[in-house]
Design a protein around this ligand. Structure first.
Ligand code: FES
Length: 484
């Protein structure tokens, strides 16, 4: 039985949370108060819904992780449509939301027993391949038990099609993408900026640190809104790029329709995937990526728990360690396998002087808890006595894995680079790939700070625009600096 309690913060000493107007959504038959700008996942979390979905195979409880549309832990049925990423969809009055893939319901899913019966693994492709009758029966049961929701309530009609031509198309409206669109205009082109999120800024919507003269991420984004408007950049939000097709167009899903875009130049700024940590039970609800947790607390004003352990000791981890106590979350400690602090040492010292330990040279071996997160088990990297840190919230700050799929689809060379945490699109200094018409920028080229993403995005945008004007000299690789 789900009990609902509002975890929203309504007064904060330095922040206002713009949630939009008050509305009501229907969550599995319960009317819940929500706000028109809040993503559905956030509205449910605000009311204490910690199990956002069930995993496809073992029906393990899944909670929100990235809040950036990447981890797929927040899939639910929305207004009769299955597998909607609820962290990407704003609430609407009367909206009906239901979790799927569970019997009888996600909170007490009987199919979770599969996880106990097969504690190590379950290869149903290899089980009971003979006799045929048993195999057929097994196939049927597997299809019944696994999956990602039922078909839509109503048959879907073909989406309306629209074609358009664009000079510079920028995909991804985080720091690099925004800057690339502005750079393209500076280079003399008309730019269209698209993102599947309902608002601009990418992970900066929750970034609490100063950035290029702005007080924090939201302040920087607000300034860019004005600049984009003044520069005449067309912005399409809630527009998902499906891919580039052989016929030479980029397909966008936007407002229920399909937009086929022929672009002379494309700048890809689709960022990176927040990575889950590698230890047992790493998928328990209330284990967030650092950026996901920053969005939840700083953008949406939700107090998620009582006590937090932070994995990592880089600047994002230190920032969380300083700011979580401001909303009433106690930070029990930071833990890192590294033997040194990766972030600002003075800040780390300040945090330690407040009694928050930093466990250097320690690794997490497991998350404790069956259904709810109860803590982390830590152990020295070289072996030794373990320590259990009791907490009900974990934030993981680690470099993301660059996104590469659209670049590869468009014909760019993509290579696995261990030090960059995944596959990286190969490009010259301004982000030009071997395709000639596709540029990549920001975290697609490897982990980088927001300021670096802004700077490189600008270069890529200017270079893309200059490419359109055959007789103009191309800009030097680092020849342009964005205004703050
Ligand atoms: S995709 Fe929604 S929380 Fe990660």
């Amino acid at each position: 039985m789900q009990r609902f309690r509002d975890h929203r913060i309504y007064t904060h000493h330095e922040r206002e949370f713009d949630r939009g107007r008050e509305i009501t959504i229907d969550f599995e038959g319960h009317p819940l108060r929500a706000f028109s700008k809040e993503p559905v996942a956030v509205a449910l979390y605000a009311w204490g819904v910690r199990v956002a979905s069930r995993s496809m195979k073992f029906h393990r409880p899944r909670g929100l992780f990235c809040l950036g549309g990447r981890c797929m832990s927040c899939l639910a049925r929305v207004d009769g449509l299955p597998s909607v990423r609820t962290c990407r969809v704003p609430c609407r009055d009367g909206m009906k939301v239901r979790r799927e893939n569970a019997i009888p319901q996600a909170t007490d899913d009987l199919l979770h027993t599969l996880d106990f019966v097969f504690p190590r693994t379950l290869h149903y492709q290899e089980m009971f391949t003979r006799p045929l009758a048993l195999n057929k029966l097994l196939q049927k049961s597997v299809r019944m038990f696994s999956g990602a929701g039922d078909l839509p309530d109503q048959p879907l009609s073909a989406p309306p099609l629209r074609e358009r031509e664009v000079e510079v198309l920028v995909i991804g409206a985080g720091p690099a993408g925004i800057s690339a669109a502005l750079g393209a205009v500076e280079g003399g082109a008309k730019a269209v900026l698209v993102d599947d999120a309902p608002e601009l800024g990418g992970h900066l919507v929750g970034w609490p640190e100063p950035l290029l003269g702005a007080a924090d991420g939201p302040a920087w984004i607000a300034a860019q809104h004005t600049r984009l408007e003044q520069a005449g950049v067309e912005t399409l939000l809630g527009a998902e790029c499906i891919g580039r097709y052989r016929e030479g167009f980029w397909a966008l899903h936007h407002e229920g329709g399909l937009v086929l875009v022929r672009a002379k130049r494309v700048v890809l700024a689709t960022g990176a995937y927040d990575q889950p940590p590698l230890f047992a039970n790493n998928d328990l609800p209330n284990l967030f990526s650092a950026r996901g947790l920053m969005k939840l607390t700083n953008r949406w004003g939700i107090c998620p728990a009582v006590a937090c352990t932070i994995i990592g000791a880089d600047d994002a981890a230190l920032s969380l360690a300083e700011r979580l106590p401001e909303i009433g979350v106690r930070v029990l400690g930071l833990v890192t396998e590294s033997t040194k602090i990766d972030g600002d040492p003075d800040r780390a010292e300040r945090i330690q002087s407040r009694g928050v330990p930093i466990f250097l040279g320690h690794r997490v071996t497991q998350a404790i808890g069956d259904f709810h997160l109860k803590g982390l088990r830590l152990e020295p990297v070289g072996g030794g006595e373990h320590v259990d840190a009791r907490c009900d919230l974990v934030a993981v700050s680690a470099p993301g894995a660059p996104s590469w799929e659209l670049a590869a689809q468009a014909g760019a060379e993509v290579k696995f680079v261990d030090g960059q945490h995944g596959f990286v699109s190969q490009a010259d200094a301004v982000g030009r790939t071997r395709t000639g018409d596709v540029f990549v920028t920001g975290e697609m080229l490897g982990p980088c700070s927001p300021a670096r993403a802004v700077s490189h995005g600008w270069d890529a945008g200017v270079a893309a625009a200059f490419d359109l004007r055959a007789n103009d000299p191309r800009p030097a690789a680092r020849g342009h600096t964005p205004e703050p």
